[in-house]
Write a new protein. Structure first.
Length: 88
């Protein structure tokens, strides 16, 4: 059994063994379920990482490559800065 202490702000530090076991990362949430007998169950709600979402939707068009995408973005920004091709 692991023990932690409640701060005056109502915060607790989750022991490292628990964080590692549950693979908790910053941004993850914890769900507290209070039973009728006073027992508390805690569940981790994992936040989806961007890498987990990769290829989760079908591509509508082929990916031209990182270089081409960066060049297209730079061209678009340059046009906006120069006042050419302002979006409405």
């Amino acid at each position: 059994m692991l023990k932690t202490r409640l701060t005056s702000k109502g915060q607790v530090t989750i022991p490292v063994a628990i964080r590692r076991k549950l693979d908790l990362q910053p941004g993850d949430e914890l769900l507290f379920d209070l039973g009728p007998d006073g027992e508390v169950k805690v569940r981790a709600l994992k936040r989806k990482r961007l890498t987990e979402l990769y290829a989760s939707l079908p591509a509508k068009r082929p990916y031209p490559g990182k270089t081409e995408v960066r060049e297209e973005a730079a061209t678009g920004l340059a046009r906006q800065i120069l006042g050419k091709g302002k979006e409405t």
